[in-house]
Write a protein that binds this ligand. Structure first.
Ligand SMILES: Cc1ncc(COP(=O)(O)O)c(C=O)c1O
Length: 451
């Protein structure tokens, strides 16, 4: 059978596929880029055009596409078995990976509960925290606190703590109310404070809110250091430390969602390491398999785990699971990815790349007249564009400024994705310095051309 042509694929995509986070009315007017292959830090479309993968295929890819080590691990595991259930059975890769994750994660996290997406990892953390307090007899602790502009995934529990009026107002009746804490950036950017003033205001607000509402709070959930989907809004290690200290003081559980920041993105294996804090619950996904396969994990402390232990007939069990939980092929990819981290000294070799990125961002990119703000932690970057940065006048959404910039970049062989008027960069950790320079050259030209 001959391979389908681009025209066939486009017609069938338009006829049958509903794309996520996509206004399909626009999509159906466009010629889609259809990816056929990946090679190192590039994705290649069905017409043979190569694009530098500037956002790691939605913040997932770590060591490049078709990495021989990961390919081999996946193939070998497929030849053994592709799937068996974790309900009532164990499998080899999920055991080995759990041991490895516990060794790597912030100390105190001793138990690994698998699922298959960032949203499920956070959903599980919320449910674990909730049930933990019910089992402990502290039944008034039924609420969660989260940061303003948080994003923890698209399932209903995750949306409850990551509520945004624009995206989620349709689901309002289905959601639980969360207590919202204002992170420093909102004070700084929206209220025009200095970084120090903004940090102090955010700390004071958290102190006040948690002191007032601690008795009804099950947990505080945050994306440590970088609120990714909000538009790469960075906060300092001091803010994370304050929240950890306040949650300890008031006996509230602390959940760190490292779905985006985990596996090297911030320059260390996990963002929590920068702040030297240990959460009670810890969520990872995206980069866990090197960006190969869907897998997620929620790690918990022994104290939380032991609250669920009881004779069968007391039904204290955590009644939660997904069909593909702990899938052996995904776990094998994750194990291979962690081996590559060690064998290729990925984190050590990342540091000069981060320095190069910082230098270019603070240099020629920051100098562009419509660049209002640049946020960076490691290889996670948000470049905020504004019509008038001095007067803080934003672009009209109808101008689709971000979309136009990424289209210009695509014409030049670079694949990036905006969040509104914020240009996001999050290349694979394996990007070379030459590729990184090229990425920044293209981003510079694309922004200059469009603005
Ligand atoms: C911090 C964070 N948590 C959770 C999620 C949800 O992950 P998924 O899309 O795999 O459900 C994301 C996705 O971007 C994220 O950035």
């Amino acid at each position: 059978m001959s391979a389908p042509s681009y025209a066939d694929l486009k017609a069938w995509d338009h006829a049958y596929v509903w794309h996520p986070f996509t206004q399909m009315q626009d999509w159906l007017q466009e010629d889609p880029i259809i990816i056929a292959r990946g090679e190192g830090n590039y994705v290649i479309d069905v017409n043979g055009r190569r694009y530098l993968d500037g956002v790691s295929s939605l913040w997932c890819n770590v060591h490049g596409h078709t990495h021989p080590r990961l390919n081999r691990a996946v193939t070998e595991q497929v030849n053994r078995i592709s799937h068996s259930t974790m309900l009532g059975l164990a499998n080899i890769p999920s055991i080995l990976l759990a041991k490895k994750l516990v060794e790597l994660a912030p100390s105190g996290l001793t138990r690994v509960f698998y699922s298959d997406a960032g949203a499920t990892a956070t959903e599980i953390a919320l449910k674990l925290a909730f049930q933990y307090w019910q089992l402990r007899g502290e039944t008034r602790r039924t609420k969660f606190a989260s940061l303003v502009e948080a994003y923890h995934g698209d399932t209903l529990g995750a949306v409850s703590v990551g509520y945004s009026e624009l995206f989620h107002h349709f689901y309002r009746p289905l959601l639980a109310d969360a207590v919202r804490l204002t992170p420093p950036h909102v004070f700084r950017f929206v209220r025009g404070m200095s970084a120090e003033q903004a940090l102090a205001a955010a700390q004071a607000e958290a102190e006040h809110t948690l002191a007032r509402q601690h008795a009804e709070l099950a947990a505080v959930i945050i994306e440590p250091l970088m609120q990714g989907a909000a538009g790469m809004w960075a906060h300092s290690v001091e803010y994370v430390r304050t929240l950890r200290q306040l949650t300890r003081q008031h006996g509230i559980l602390f959940i760190c969602d490292e779905v985006a920041t985990g596996f090297g993105r911030t320059g260390k294996m996990f963002a929590c390491e920068h702040a030297a804090i240990n959460p009670d619950l810890f969520c990872v996904a995206k980069g866990i398999t090197g960006g190969y396969l869907p897998l997620a994990a929620t790690l918990a402390t022994e104290e939380i785990f032991s609250a669920f232990l009881a004779p069968y007939e007391e039904f204290k069990t955590f009644f939660h699971g997904h069909t593909y939980t702990g899938n052996p092929v995904a776990c094998a990819a994750a194990l291979a990815s962690l081996e590559v981290f060690a064998e290729e000294q990925v984190l050590e070799r990342l540091q000069p790349k981060i320095a190069l990125l910082t230098q270019r961002l603070q240099g020629d990119i920051a100098a562009l007249p419509h660049v209002a703000d640049i946020r960076q932690w490691g290889l996670m970057v948000g470049i905020e564009l504004m019509r008038d940065p001095d007067k803080k006048i934003a672009y009209d959404p109808a101008e689709k400024i971000g979309i136009r910039v990424i289209r210009e970049a695509r014409k030049r062989g670079v694949m990036i994705r905006p969040l509104g008027s914020i240009i996001i960069l999050m290349p694979p950790l394996s990007i070379t310095e030459a590729e990184l320079s090229h990425l920044l050259d293209v981003v510079h030209t694309a922004i200059r051309t469009v603005t």
